[in-house]
Design a protein around this ligand. Structure first.
Ligand code: ZN
Ligand code: ZN
Length: 241
């Protein structure tokens, strides 16, 4: 299929499979087939750590690797996880486990109640970005199941840390995230971006209408620094991430 989202890269490195409880109809096998149909060059399976651990990490990796090997289309299939960022900025699984993966997505899904939201958010995210375990920061303005507004100075601080630490920020069509302001500052400050579907529904894999329209509307479509999968894999092999 002709790629309808040029100049966006033909990659989707945040998708869920049957190993995530919240998956509707996605599976490792189905995601790979859909990625080929959509004209993608690379897809990552990045299920939630706590869901994967219930079934077994080894079983998860084995399944992805088995289907990667039996796929002869040239599509790159990456192993990954969507890892929860703990309140101390650390991953919710061991770093040893993360070193076995092709891509690590770091996500802050919840913050403790009762504290100043912005202050807690700032502490956790900045610590995590400096902690050298995250390749891609997931849906940065979607926390506690809602889209949030962040002060502009904080967005600049986050972008600065992301760029300094080679952390990529995702453009996530599942949550329509980050916010316009966040995207504009990422582009202005040279943060590397990657489009993702964060798909729990098969048909959404590699569907980037939201990303394309948003970047056009913000008038930054041709100014984005995109992540390439070759760069991601090279950096991981060197241990830069
Ligand atoms: Zn998430
Ligand atoms: Zn996700």
């Amino acid at each position: 299929m002709k790629w309808p989202y040029t100049p966006l890269p033909k990659t989707d490195i945040h998708t869920h499979s049957e190993f995530s409880k919240c998956s509707v109809n996605t599976t490792v096998c189905g995601n790979i087939t859909m990625a080929v149909l959509k004209g993608l060059e690379a897809i990552a399976i990045t299920d939630h750590t706590q869901h994967v651990l219930k079934v077994g990490f080894e079983k998860y990796i084995e399944k992805i690797l088995r289907l990667r090997e039996s796929n002869s289309t040239g599509l790159k299939v990456l192993t990954g996880l969507e890892v929860d960022i703990k309140l101390d900025g650390e991953p919710d699984v061991s770093r040893r486990m993360l070193r076995k993966l092709d891509v690590v997505i770091g996500a802050l899904h919840n913050l403790p109640y009762g504290k100043s939201f912005v202050e807690s958010y700032r502490n956790v995210i900045l610590k995590a970005l400096r902690s050298n375990w995250i390749d891609v920061l997931a849906h940065p303005t979607y926390v506690d199941e809602q889209n949030i507004n962040l002060p502009i100075e904080l967005i600049y601080e986050i972008c600065e840390e992301a760029r300094e630490n080679s952390v990529v920020v995702e453009l996530n069509s599942n949550h329509k995230c980050p916010s316009d302001e966040f995207i504009k500052i990422c582009v202005d400050t040279g943060v590397t971006l990657t489009p993702v579907s964060d798909s729990h529904i098969l048909g959404n894999i590699g569907a980037y209408d939201w990303q394309l329209q948003t970047l056009k509307r913000l008038n930054v479509l041709n100014d984005v620094k995109w992540l390439t999968v070759d760069l991601l894999l090279k950096k991981r092999r060197k241990g830069d991430f």
